[in-house]
Design a protein around this ligand. Structure first.
Ligand code: SME
Length: 159
């Protein structure tokens, strides 16, 4: 059962709460899709001004839609395509201030204006990506990068 935690007005404090609470909702002895389903919900709960939070998971050379919160989305993304495919290919976080200015951006929810994608990499092996979209331009900062990479590290540790 998810016990709603009182959120702060401060994004950094909310990230602290997210990192504190996430481990209670994931278990190393359960399938990774179960872990990622709860992770998507917990991340969505603690972040403000976001309209899509979810995972794309690598199978051969394609990223397939995994657990998420938000509107229905495209089901597959080729490696190197879109923001997700670029983050996966480079195995590095992509922080996009304005998705309309990113060549090859794949629109799933037309409301999305900015986006951050963090790869899930364990021992050099790519599992997939965490994708977070916002309806506001320039929503994400280096602070989001730092904390979402910490979230990704917690997740890959038990995948
Ligand atoms: N915008 C992403 C596609 C996924 S959706 O935003 C959920 C991209 O360009 O890779």
């Amino acid at each position: 059962m998810f016990i709603p935690v009182k959120k702060s007005e401060d994004r950094k404090e909310n990230y602290g709460l997210l990192l504190e609470h996430l481990p209670y909702y994931i278990n190393a002895d359960e399938p990774f899709w179960t872990t990622l389903a709860n992770a998507a919900a917990v991340i969505d709960y603690f972040l403000d001004d976001v309209n899509w939070v979810g995972f794309y998971l690598l199978e051969k050379d394609t990223l397939y839609l995994g657990p998420f919160q938000g509107l229905a989305a495209c089901t597959r993304i080729k490696m190197g395509h879109g923001v997700c495919g670029q983050a996966a290919l480079k195995q590095e976080t992509m922080l996009i201030e304005d998705v309309a200015a990113f060549p090859g951006h794949i629109t799933c929810d037309a409301a999305s204006k900015s986006e951050i994608v963090v790869p899930l990499v364990k021992n050099g092996r790519l599992f997939g990506v965490l994708d977070v979209d916002s309806p506001s331009l320039n929503r994400f900062s280096s602070m989001d990068r730092v904390y979402l990479e910490k979230v990704a590290a917690i997740l890959v540790d038990i995948l």
